[in-house]
Design a protein around this ligand. Sequence first.
Ligand code: ZN
Length: 280
Amino acid sequence: MKIANRCGRAALVLGEEMADVADASNGLFGPDPMSCYERWPEFVDFAARVRSGTAPLVEAELGCPVPTPRQVFAIGLNYRSHAEESGMAIPEVPATFTKFPASLAGPFDDVEITAAMVDWEVELVAVIGTGGHRIPEDHAWRHIAGLTVGQDLSERHVQMLGTPPQFSLAKSFPGFGPTGPVLVTPDEFTDPDDLQITGALNGATVQQARTKDMIFPIPELVARISAICPLLPGDLIFTGTPAGVGIARQPPRFLQPGQVLESWIEGIGTIRNHCTPPQH
Ligand code: ZN
């Protein structure tokens, strides 16, 4: 199953068409996209019965599939290749921070480049369906509603201003968390723990890896995070970025107004964000 946010309303994606969730369910679910996650098992039963869409899928109409999560977890240095390029030790526990939810944006939204050191980080984002506290690793996938593509955009100057670094603030400027284009349920993948992930800048690949290279795979992240924080329906987990970020390059590279950042994950699709000059 694929779920999207069409003009602020929950929608099911059926091939090249979309079905409005509130209309198709006679108001049982929707229009708020968050309502799908609140009663996830019931929603899955309803969605399985919807066979056809009523409107064409139009990229420009798509917003964040999960626009207002209560908690957004993000993991730093979760690929060996990225820890190495950052000159950091391989973490022994997940380096966990938050992207404050106001930073979330739609899959095709513009990103305002307000500073000289804005960097890219393509990431697989896991979305919680049924919540839980102390979820065992071998139950974790049952708590995942689906997967989507995200960018953990990062302002490296703010990030490195103090000691220790300011991950959460540096990664929470408006527009720094584009996600989408759709949420895809785990059953749609042959192996949801092994997906190709790619980032491209102006059409040139800058990041490429497989998600099986994560140091802490999704089930372990769910277990470790929920051992402390109860996970709630609709919560997001940004699972970390592979090698190829701008700051690790020689010389370092950062996003410039006029550039186009594309982020793709196998089985989910592409998000595309145009970088724009600061708006005064
Ligand atoms: Zn990241």
